[in-house]
Design a protein around this ligand. Structure first.
Ligand code: NAG
Ligand code: NAG
Ligand code: NAG
Ligand code: NAG
Ligand code: NAG
Length: 380
């Protein structure tokens, strides 16, 4: 009898949820129409969108482009590349986690000096935890505000996907620092992730001064970044700045076994314009806005950092090299030296690649008031 009662209760609850769900979809579709109308005259670059045109979180599922299969040579491409081509045109995905007030509102976003935008997959919980306590800590440094945001998609499917989404939800409740969209967080979808972020930025932080954009496995000396950016006397974020580890004279890798494989069907040219290695770079709010604008008319390629270079080139701009960004690690003058000597890292802006435990140790060592460095940094 009790069992029966419990079942009946469950059933009633399920029906209730279903009704709620149907109702929600109905109201969503109304706001969606509104949002599509707004998007028609969407050239509101760096202009705060008013509260009344509230953002819509649920986009209809983007349909696969079946004609992609008609492209010459399609059948001989690797599975993940086929998949990329089927969904290449998709630029809108439902937002699962948002922090719209991260910059204190669109109008007040100029008060944020440096926004740290960190690409992180749901499963990288340990990396995020360490970054929150170290170089990505939200704080004032030298009198200016640093803010942090992780950008993420979804992983796996079924129960595992739900479990990872729940994890991010828990983190969000505690830290309020995650943007998550409902697309597969894969290597070939990194460009999509960047575009979704830039669109979010135009909406929520249009007047931000500078951004750091990078991976969650780098050691970033964000104190030095702030000091470097403050030293730019003629640029408060309203002019072009795009600096990091520069890549010149590269082009798409045509070997299907490579992680960076891009076939002619996706990028015909044999070269990429100069770009910055995606491990980490600094850019101004102005430049982020220009890149976003240009991205509207450039087909997505799966290599996100090269894509940013393409967007810049279209605007007639280019990247600059910064000597303090070491995406390929540091070269030590001698193999006898400790490669984790804090004195080398105190002067850099960024070094790739670090484990969470190393980030934690290094951040504390470079801030140790007792650290005495007599020698010059290893290189640069
Ligand atoms: C692609 O091929 C299918 C048949 O495989 C055909 O029905 C369709 O019209 C083709 N689309 C284009 C755009 O050529
Ligand atoms: C679908 O793919 C075909 C072949 O690559 C392309 O010509 C067409 O523009 C694509 N359609 C969309 C909506 O992107
Ligand atoms: C990108 O994400 C979309 C949405 O989840 C997915 O359909 C597509 O397969 C992904 N693309 C790649 C190359 O993983
Ligand atoms: C940034 O500098 C420009 C001039 O280059 C100036 O017009 C603008 O008001 C400055 N913005 C802020 C927030 O100080
Ligand atoms: C944005 O792009 C459009 C066309 O793609 C162009 O007309 C406009 O001047 C651009 N705005 C900025 C701020 O770059």
């Amino acid at each position: 009898m009790r069992k029966f009662k419990a079942k009946a209760l469950l059933l009633a609850a399920a029906v209730g949820l279903l009704i709620l769900h149907l109702f929600k979809n109905f109201s969503d579709s109304k706001t969606l129409q509104h949002n599509l109308d707004v998007r028609k005259d969407q050239v509101q670059i760096r202009q705060p969108i008013t509260k009344s045109s509230s953002y819509v979180y649920s986009w209809p599922r983007c349909q696969q482009n079946t004609s992609a299969a008609n492209v010459t040579g399609f059948s001989s491409l690797p599975g993940n590349m086929k998949n990329f081509m089927y969904y290449r045109h998709c630029r809108h995905f439902p937002m699962l986690l948002d922090v719209p007030d991260k910059c204190g509102g669109a109008e007040k976003s100029a008060a944020v000096f440096l926004l740290l935008v960190i690409k992180s997959s749901p499963v990288n919980y340990d990396r995020r935890e360490v970054l929150r306590k170290t170089w990505a800590k939200e704080r004032l440094h030298n009198g200016v505000r640093i803010r942090r945001i992780f950008i993420s998609g979804t992983m796996d499917s079924g129960f595992e996907k739900e479990r990872l989404n729940k994890l991010l939800e828990l983190e969000q409740r505690e830290y309020n620092d995650i943007l998550q969209w409902d697309f597969s967080d894969t290597f070939y979808n990194l460009t999509l992730k960047q575009i979704l972020f830039m669109e979010w930025m135009e909406r929520n932080c249009p007047n931000i001064r500078f951004l750091f954009n990078g991976d969650d496995d780098v050691f970033a000396n964000t104190d030095n970044m702030v000091e470097y950016l403050q030293s730019l006397k003629d640029n408060n974020g309203s002019k072009h700045l795009f600096t990091g580890s520069i890549m010149v004279g590269t082009g798409p890798i045509r070997h299907p076994g490579s992680r960076y494989f891009v076939p002619v069907q996706v990028h015909e040219s044999e070269s990429y314009p100069p770009y910055l290695s995606g491990g980490g770079y600094l850019l101004s709010g102005y430049t982020a806005s220009v890149i976003y604008n240009m991205s509207q008319s450039i087909d997505i390629i799966p290599i996100d950092d090269a894509y940013m270079g393409m967007c810049l080139a279209k605007a007639g701009l280019g990247p600059m090299s910064h000597i303090g960004v070491k995406v390929f690690g540091v070269d030590l003058p001698s193999s006898k030296l400790d490669r984790y000597d804090a004195c080398y890292y105190r002067d850099y802006l960024l070094v790739h690649r670090f484990l969470p435990i190393q980030i934690y140790q290094m951040w504390h060592r470079i801030h140790d008031p007792k650290l005495i460095c007599t020698k010059q940094p290893a290189d640069g």
